[in-house]
Ligand binder design. Structure first.
Ligand code: NAP
Length: 254
């Protein structure tokens, strides 16, 4: 089958931010990167920027809330490559109402965030799973966040303690469970499924207020996307703030 020897990685929300950097870094590892983006112009611009940097990059029209684009993407990848080696579920949004407090949360906002950050990931993963199972050792990376960790968010000594909001943190908590359950289902297969915490990175998601770069955030996804067979499955891994404000990289508590 044509392309069967190519290592392929699909990154959702790859037109900017951490997703773009993830595509760029995976391409430097001789992979073909499939640039998932919901907007054609933004997707094609990202594809061109990656190609200009020497990457084998292909824009894939993919809105994680639109099942038709998900199905078309899976059919195209099947036709071109016959399998998928890496899926990075990176697309995500953060929204809040009023001052952001739980008591001010509108259900509309909650639904909007869950639609992309949780339901979209299940939809994309289920559509891509037959292709991932055909790869020798597929990796699924769900881009989560430390704010999805109930342990961190309820620890008064944690830097996370200052934040009290529902839509984004609860969506990432749900995503953590989604990750753990896929890892459980796939535990007797070569497929590994992990959640990534990029850390607080300067992107449009947070008005570029993060203290880490998008590239540093992407390195977390790349690590989980390229785990060897001894690597973990079903963990939340990445950057975390210690209770003393220190920064480190490792396995985070759920
Ligand atoms: P970003 O720069 O805002 O990028 C988000 C990406 O997701 C964009 O490409 C966006 O596309 C895409 N997207 C949004 N809705 C989509 C949809 N329905 N279908 C397909 N793509 C969609 O934010 P980022 O910081 O790089 O975020 C990437 C991931 O990292 C997210 O899951 C976020 O929750 C997570 N994260 C970020 C931080 C941080 O500090 N930045 C920390 C922890 C976790 P458009 O350009 O079309 O909107």
């Amino acid at each position: 089958m044509p392309g069967m020897t190519t290592t392929t990685a699909l990154i959702t929300g790859a037109n900017k931010g951490i997703g773009f950097e993830t595509a760029r870094l995976l391409a430097t590892r001789d992979m073909t990167v499939l640039v998932g983006a919901r907007d054609q112009q933004r997707g094609q611009q990202a594809e061109q920027a990656l190609r200009d940097a020497g990457a084998d990059a292909h824009y894939v029209a993919l809105d994680v809330t639109d099942e038709r684009t998900i199905e078309k993407s899976a059919a195209w990848i099947d036709n071109e490559y016959g399998k998928l080696d890496i899926l990075v579920n990176n697309a995500g949004i953060a929204r809040g109402d009023g001052t952001g407090r739980p008591s001010e949360t509108a259900l509309r906002t909650l639904r909007e965030v869950f639609e992309i950050n949780v339901f979209g990931i299940v939809a994309v993963t289920n559509a891509m799973l037959p292709l991932l199972r055909r790869a020798p050792a597929a990796r699924i990376v769900n881009v989560s966040s430390e704010v999805g960790s109930i342990t961190s968010m309820t620890n008064p000594d944690s830097p996370m303690w200052a934040m009290a909001s529902v839509p984004y943190p609860a969506s990432k908590t749900a995503l953590n469970m989604v990750t753990a359950m896929y890892a459980k289902e796939l535990r007797d297969t070569p497929v590994k499924v992990n959640a990534a915490n990029p850390g607080y990175c300067a992107t449009d998601l947070n008005g570029n207020s993060g203290f880490r770069t998008p590239e540093q955030g992407a390195e977390i996804s790349v690590h989980l996307a390229t785990l060897d067979e001894d690597g973990p499955t079903g963990v939340l891994w990445g950057h975390f703030w210690g209770v003393d404000g220190s920064n480190s990289i490792g396995v985070l508590p759920w």
